[in-house]
Design a binder for this molecule. Structure first.
Ligand code: ADP
Ligand code: MG
Length: 693
């Protein structure tokens, strides 16, 4: 009977009962096909058998010898010591873990075939191997072994190399007997790229005929699997988009009156980049399909104005808008901006925060439900159950990387009206390398603001040891004398907010004692929201010289006159966070400066992070480095639980494949939609439950 190994449970193989199946599941192996996709991470050359006399230290080698001596010794640690010899020499074998039955087997005169790393035992004691792989052989079996390359696999507790090799042998045997694995790459694509068939690819990867070169990723067999896996990831998100686009959305055929009046009163004109993305967004909003757009722009590039313009088109067409920010501080800042900008145009701005309770909040909720409020700004509080909109048609989410996909979908669900879906605009300052964004945000169209408003001055950065604190204090004095305002940022010392806030309090005290003539404020996460807001307002009004802050100022805070920033414990922060923090300065006319203070010794990684911060302020360069140092999964953050953990692909190495991915995904969705489910299932398994519309 011809069976499909994708559907054959692994328990159908000999030697796999409930228990082993449970363990294999830890390696994501559930079907026999999964077993085939469990690729070796290297191969060992087992084709040459060396005489013991020819063994060299530092090389993994295959050799055979007769046990001359077997004893349990207690030098330091209990261990089993064997001495093997052939006609050419002898070698010591040591086992630190051994069973009684092994003790029984290792008898004088017994022949063994071993494979392991040969080391020099030192002090002229000859060569030795610790824990080799071994096989008992008879004299007659000497030199009789299957020559060739041996694959080495990722294993888990209770499933060793031998088990995996045996299971794979069974799986390949089934293939020889005519079983299939599903070909899930569209055939045209496979031919176009010159890929071998799936079975041939697997054969070549598990049982190559010659030792694979270092760069196995360049072989067509491996490229085939890389392509398949990346395509599966892309499809899981683009399916989400395609699903949404089958719904209608309200279409804003704006008369453009409100946006025009807004721009006239704004006091500055949009940059070319802002104009371009505004046009992209208006284009989307004029279609009766839900917009799903990611607006990416470096810190300070002016995303808020763009969001306001989008909001105005919706409001002008008679709909409501929701704007969600990740922190109360940021929500309140948006609130202040939008009130100043929009209220003069007769637009009603409401605000929902977690701490708002009672009668007043109830009035806000009623007003939102009845359609009295045009735009509602808030935090996660926006998607509480009790929040109902009258006609929500545009959802704007700021600083996307802090929200997961699920949260985004939850807010969108509040906007469903008469079978229509709301438009979505997601804004992020986390620059993500383009190729990665194409994969990680495949459910969103991308707009990029790649230009800062004019008049910004570059921020210079220096890296100083805490030992130079006095120097820094001097610099602050000078700066303040020049009319500058200063941020002093205390970062996470421990994974505890309490300790972080204490550290900020201590830092503020210390600064007050060094600089008694200056006005020093403090803002941290444990203060009441009103206190925080009051502190920020008074700093913005130049009522104080220095603001000591925890990382609460990371996002959104905008005080153009602040042009000096000191970051404590900078070596502990990731690049994205450092970049965000530093973006708080350099917003005014003045040349700004950022001091990254660290406590040595620096790890190599920390050193690289601080160096790149000193070298560049280009968010995209920083993101590229960040991806190298941290890996792509980390970079996309919470967005992807289960995403971006690849079996064979590596987004950096395989960037070239990413380039053509969107096209491949479109092709597949349009012409071979039946492949989509099985592809996603094969490569992402159960990690994408949420990715349903
Ligand atoms: P971000 O993209 O980081 O959210 P903001 O929208 O907060 O940036 O903008 C940062 C500052 O730049 C704000 O004070 C904003 O008013 C100002 N700004 C935005 N666009 C322009 C522009 N085209 N010209 C001058 N200033 C601008
Ligand atoms: Mg912003």
């Amino acid at each position: 009977m011809v069976s499909c190994l994708d559907d054959l449970p692994i328990t159908e193989l000999k030697g796999v009962g409930e228990k082993v199946a449970e363990k294999l599941k830890r390696l994501n192996i559930v079907s026999v096909a999964d077993m085939l996709f469990h690729l070796p991470f290297r191969h060992e050359d087992r084709s040459t058998l060396l005489p013991i006399g020819a063994l060299q230290p530092g090389q993994a080698s295959l050799f055979e010898g007769r046990i001359e001596l077997a004893e349990v010794v207690f030098r330091g640690r209990r261990s089993m010591l064997l001495r093997l010899s052939d006609d050419t020499g002898f070698i010591n074998i040591r086992f630190f873990h051994f069973s009684n039955s092994q003790k029984q087997m290792f008898k004088r005169g017994q022949w063994l075939r071993c494979y392991g790393d040969v080391r020099s035992a030192g002090n002229g004691a000859g060569l030795g191997v610790v824990h080799p792989e071994y096989q008992l052989i008879t004299l007659a079996q000497r030199g009789q072994f299957e020559k060739g390359l041996l694959a080495v696999y990722p294993v888990t507790e209770g499933v060793n190399q031998t088990t995996i090799r045996k299971l794979l042998a069974q799986a390949f045997h089934l293939l020889q007997q005519g079983a299939r694995v599903r070909e899930l790459l569209p055939e045209a694509l496979s031919i176009d790229k010159g890929f071998p068939s799936l079975i041939d690819s697997l054969q070549q990867l598990h049982y190559p005929e010659t030792m694979p070169s270092e760069d196995v990723s360049e072989t067509p067999a491996f490229k085939r699997l890389i392509t398949e896996e990346l395509l599966a990831h892309h499809l899981s998100l683009s399916r989400l988009k395609a699903g949404l686009q089958t719904y209608p959305a309200p279409c804003f055929k704006s008369k453009e009156l409100l946006p025009q009046r807004f721009l006239q009163q704004l006091g500055f004109s949009l940059t070319a980049a802002q104009q371009r993305v505004v046009a992209e967004i208006s284009g989307d909003l004029a279609l009766n399909q839900p917009m799903q757009r990611l607006l990416q722009g470096d810190v300070g590039s002016g995303k808020t104005v763009v969001a306001a313009l989008a909001a105005l088109s919706a409001i002008e067409a008679g709909y409501q808008v929701a704007l969600m920010a990740p922190t109360e501080l940021l929500a309140e800042q948006h609130l202040a901006n939008f009130k100043t900008w929009l209220e003069p145009l007769g637009i009603k701005v409401a605000c929902l925060l977690g701490r708002y309770k009672g009668k007043e909040n109830q009035l806000t909720l009623d007003d939102i439900r009845l359609g009295g409020s045009d735009i509602v700004i808030g935090t996660q509080a926006l998607f509480q159950q009790k929040v109902e909109f009258c006609k929500l048609a545009l959802v704007i989410i700021d600083e996307q990387h802090r929200f997961g996909v699920q949260q985004r979908l939850a807010l969108r669900d509040k906007g469903v009206l008469d079978g229509m879906q709301p438009h979505q605009l997601v804004m992020t300052a986390t620059p993500i390398p383009r190729t990665l964004a194409m994969l990680g945000y495949a459910d969103l169209d991308l707009s990029i603001i790649d230009e800062l408003p004019p008049g910004r001055t570059a921020v210079t950065t220096s890296v100083l040891s805490v030992a130079k604190r006095q120097l820094i204090i001097e610099r602050i004095k000078q700066g303040v004398a020049d009319g500058r305002q200063v941020y002093w940022v205390c970062t996470l010392v421990e994974e505890s907010e309490v300790l972080q806030c204490q550290a900020a309090e201590v830092a503020a005290e210390l600064l007050r004692s060094c600089l008694p003539e200056l006005n020093i404020g403090l803002v941290h996460g444990r203060m009441k929201a009103e206190e925080k807001q009051a502190m920020m307002t008074s700093f913005k009004a130049h009522a104080m010289h220095i603001l000591v802050a925890t990382t609460v100022i990371e996002v959104g805070v905008d005080v153009p006159n602040a042009s000096l920033m000191i970051i404590e414990n900078a070596e502990r922060l990731g690049l994205a966070q450092l970049h965000q923090l530093r973006g708080r300065v350099g917003r005014g006319q003045r040349a700004s400066h950022c001091v990254l203070m660290y406590k040595g010794p620096l790890s190599e990684n920390a050193n690289e992070r601080l160096s790149i911060m000193r070298e560049t302020t280009d968010g995209f360069k920083i993101a590229q480095k960040d991806m190298q140092l941290r890996g792509p999964g980390e970079l996309l953050g919470k967005r992807q639980a289960g995403f971006m953990r690849f079996k064979v692909a590596d987004v950096e190495r395989d960037a070239a494949v990413l380039e053509s991915l969107a096209e491949m995904a479109d092709e597949t969705l349009q012409h071979q939609p039946q492949l989509v489910e099985p592809l996603i299932h094969r490569w992402l398994g159960n990690s994408v439950e949420y990715a349903q519309v």
